[in-house]
Design a protein around this ligand. Structure first.
Ligand code: HEM
Length: 195
């Protein structure tokens, strides 16, 4: 049976979900208006692909940078519980948000190259493709399995155990290198060097 407290919490949750949905729909609707009213791009499709591509990159790279900053802060405070919390949150967003959004960024990038008939051998496009391949393989072969191991270590040995903390530090360090590489891809996309 619902207690007054749980009924109130459910109502709050519904209100929060409604606001999130309204904000999300408003952003998409207005962005579509912008897409159909821009003269900067040769086609509406290209404008759409670029909007999704760059928005995805903002979510992916910006989200990763925020996690990096939080991880550095936790490392400085030497608080094992905070480190464990960030490792768990990084594992969650890495798998559920960054991986699918990264795929969307790749798909829209390919869409733009095809739409404008760009040369696949152009340096900044190659840098994007190689960068994506590296980050995909790092996630699949290193970060994914390692974050599962960290989760198990937290459950079995506890967040304070030396082995758990060492594994967390290692995974956060690898994620930091990955983030640096993504920031380099962003620089290549913006500056289009060697062309
Ligand atoms: C690691 C993944 C990637 C990230 C983080 C990323 C990020 C970005 C960003 C921030 C821009 C905006 C640059 C600007 O307008 O000045 C951009 C543009 C673009 N990206 Fe990517 N990108 C990635 C991968 C790719 C890939 C793999 C391709 C091709 C298959 C690609 C194709 C393009 C194209 C065609 C543009 C538009 C360039 C323009 O209109 O001047 N991107 N990307």
């Amino acid at each position: 049976m619902d207690t007054p407290h749980s009924a109130e919490a459910a109502a709050d949750r519904r209100a929060s979900n409604t606001v999130t949905a309204v904000v999300g729909l408003a952003v998409v609707a207005l962005a579509l208006v912008f897409i159909f009213n821009t003269n900067v791009f040769t086609s509406n499709w290209y404008a759409f692909f670029k909007w999704v591509h760059v928005t995805g990159a903002v979510i992916w790279v910006g989200g990763g940078l925020t996690l990096t900053i939080l991880a550095l802060r936790a490392e400085r405070s030497s608080d094992p519980t905070e480190m464990a919390l960030i490792a768990r949150q990084a594992a969650f967003v890495g798998e559920r948000i960054f991986a699918p959004v990264g795929l969307l960024v790749l798909g829209m990038g390919i869409g733009m190259v095809v739409n404008l008939n760009l040369d696949w051998g152009t340096s900044w496009i190659l840098i994007g493709l190689i960068g994506y391949a590296i980050t995909f393989l790092t996630g699949l072969l290193v970060l994914g399995p390692q974050s599962k191991r960290v989760g198990q270590l937290i459950d079995t040995q506890g967040p304070d155990a030396a082995e758990t903390q060492a594994a967390i530090r290692r995974i956060l360090l690898i994620a930091r290198v990955d983030e640096g590489m993504l920031l380099l891809v962003v620089a290549a996309m913006i500056l289009k060097p060697f062309t």
